[in-house]
Design a protein around this ligand. Structure first.
Ligand code: QV4
Ligand code: CA
Length: 510
């Protein structure tokens, strides 16, 4: 009997770390601030056909309306209730999106803002008209009352987190003065689980737990255990919601990412900070140093890591990351960083899809980092127009539609489960590596040209470089690379190239 139980336990405990991706898919795209109807369209016309595994969506629950400044993106991180009712759409549009995305194998990961409700000092308007009173801590649409907040537990006189060295303060006081939910209370845990179960029953595959650093791991575990199995219309019976927790840990704080590893995956913020520094060549860092990229750089275990180059916070100076973070504003370097991330075996990858704003630094601070998504005069979020050349219109950046990034998502799918092989570097900023016998990538981040013959590990043949072009029917619209019988190939990459890196894989073999 004992023998029988062991395998069941193993599968049960491993289940919460399973992203539930469709076979052969690997990468989540964060369609930041997109409307539900546009996401449904994007799943069917682009994400499904190009092998994206999932979409992270902005918080779907009712939030406060902030008019000063005018509709900042961060108003969606100030919940009023758990009604599915925001500028992205209502519950019907949400259901339609989840169904249409699931039907094409692109699963939905919801941004769950469960540590807190709103801050104080904003007007009475909300995205769904629910009444609330931040001063008396009344949220009748949940309902929550003053009894459901941590103020009694917070030991400092202001009620807001001041000392990040005190792990009790970090969890039990208010982040940015946002009303801190008593996630230790059964009633509050029950309301949060009820909200997430509503989303799970609609078809959602998992959650980003927002501000996890500010909740006790035990509370998160207790809440997660109350979650339903996934909807069997799209997922195998017994499938568990995938959890990835936002914990900003660049080291040196009492609260660290490893305290959360048995609850679920954890966002690895060091990834974008360190990779950005290498590609920007800060403090003498060079790409050859990436030979041991991963846990040896102090990153969390790869089998629990949500890897990303930038996110909606640190692309605009919020949260952690600082000046080394690469974003779409530094497009050439950004594509190299995203290309490296998608080629390297470390972690579960998420790519950012942004909207642009007039970034303006005054005394080192971007004074427009609050600007929200493209907006109509009535305050609604604009639809995402798709241009004839498949880029997005208005201020939507759509990095996920950039040929180099989309093709590297396909590269990652093609080389999935293959080890890192055939590492080569010139001791400086020229590197190359393969993924078994499925793919190979070469970077030239030097100020000089590159002309080398390398062992790719790939079968002989002619390959299309998926960075300078792509395979369309039987032809290559970019550079062709000939791999000889012994697996070697020559790579010539000018340092003046539009994108100074080359990637080939067996799916792009002519
Ligand atoms: C400030 C002061 C308060 C004061 C208040 C008066 O801090 O003391 O009482 O003004 O109005 C917004 C404002 C902020 C304001 C706060 C409360 O920017 O100035 O407080 O509202 O009114 C996003 C933004 C925040 C924003 C928040 C809520 O980044 O600026 O605060 O939404 O609208 C840490 C955490 C990490 C967090 C990161 C940003 O460990 O978890 O900070 N990241 C996540 C999300 C992030 C979001 C939150 C958490 C909060 O990724 O987008 O913050 O849900 O590192
Ligand atoms: Ca808290």
């Amino acid at each position: 009997m004992k023998l029988l139980i062991l395998p069941l336990l193993v599968t049960a405990c491993a289940a919460q770390f399973n992203a539930n991706f469709k076979e052969g898919r690997t990468t989540i795209v964060h369609l930041f601030e997109w409307r539900w109807d546009d996401i449904a369209e994007e799943c069917e016309r682009y994400l499904g056909p190009n092998g994206f595994a999932g979409v992270q969506i902005s918080p779907p629950n009712e939030n406060v309306v902030i008019t000063d400044p005018s509709r900042p993106w961060w108003e969606r991180y100030q919940p009023i209730s758990y009604k599915i009712c925001t500028r992205s759409g209502d519950e019907q549009q949400f259901r339609d999106m989840v169904t249409r995305c699931n039907n094409v194998g692109v699963f939905v990961y919801a941004d769950a803002v469960i540590n807190h409700m709103c801050g104080s000092g904003y007007g009475k308007e909300t995205t769904c008209g629910s009444p609330y009173n931040a001063e008396t801590k009344d949220f009748p649409a949940v309902p929550y009352s003053y009894r459901d907040f941590n103020d009694g537990k917070c030991k400092n006189e202001h009620g807001a987190i001041e000392n990040y060295e005190d792990e009790k303060e970090v969890r039990d006081c208010r982040l940015e003065n946002l009303l801190d939910l008593a996630t230790g209370k059964d009633y509050v845990r029950g309301k949060i689980a009820e909200y997430m179960n509503h989303l799970i029953d609609i078809g959602v595959a998992g959650f980003r737990y927002d501000a996890s650093k500010h909740m006790w791991p035990g509370d998160l575990k207790a809440i997660s255990q109350q979650l339903h199995n996934l909807n069997t219309q799209w997922f195998p019976s017994g499938a568990r919601p995938f959890i990835y927790q936002e914990v900003i840990d660049l080291g040196g704080e009492k609260v660290s990412a490893d305290q959360y590893l048995d609850v679920g995956f954890v966002t690895e913020f060091k990834y974008g900070v360190d990779l950005g520094a290498v590609i920007r060549k800060l403090e003498g860092k060079k790409m050859a140093d990436l030979k041991n990229w991963g846990e040896e750089w102090g990153l969390i275990p790869h089998y629990r890591a949500l890897a990303f180059t930038d996110n909606h916070d640190n692309q605009r100076g919020h949260g952690a990351g600082g000046s080394s973070i690469l974003t779409f504003f530094e497009a050439r370097s950004y594509k190299m960083a995203v290309g490296f991330m998608l080629a390297h075996p470390y972690g579960l990858t998420r790519v950012m899809s942004s909207y642009s704003w007039p970034r303006t630094f005054v005394d080192g601070e971007d004074i427009y980092n609050w600007i929200g998504p493209p907006m109509n005069p009535d305050g609604s979020i604009k639809h995402v127009p798709i241009n004839a050349d498949s880029t997005c219109g208005d201020d939507w950046v759509c990095e996920h539609r950039w040929r180099q990034i989309k093709n590297m998502v396909i590269f990652r799918n093609t080389v999935n489960f293959q080890p890192l092989t055939n590492w080569w570097d010139n001791g400086g900023n020229q590197i190359a590596f393969g993924r078994g016998d499925k793919g190979f990538i070469v970077f030239n981040n030097e100020e000089a040209g590159m002309d080398v013959t390398l062992n790719t590990g790939l079968p002989a043949g002619t390959y299309c470089d998926v960075i300078s072009g792509q395979k369309e029917e039987t032809r290559c619209t970019g550079i062709e690379i000939n791999v000889s019988d012994n697996g070697s190939a020559s790579f010539r990459i000018s340092n003046l190239a539009e994108d100074p890196f080359v990637a080939i894989h067996v799916g792009a073999k002519l």
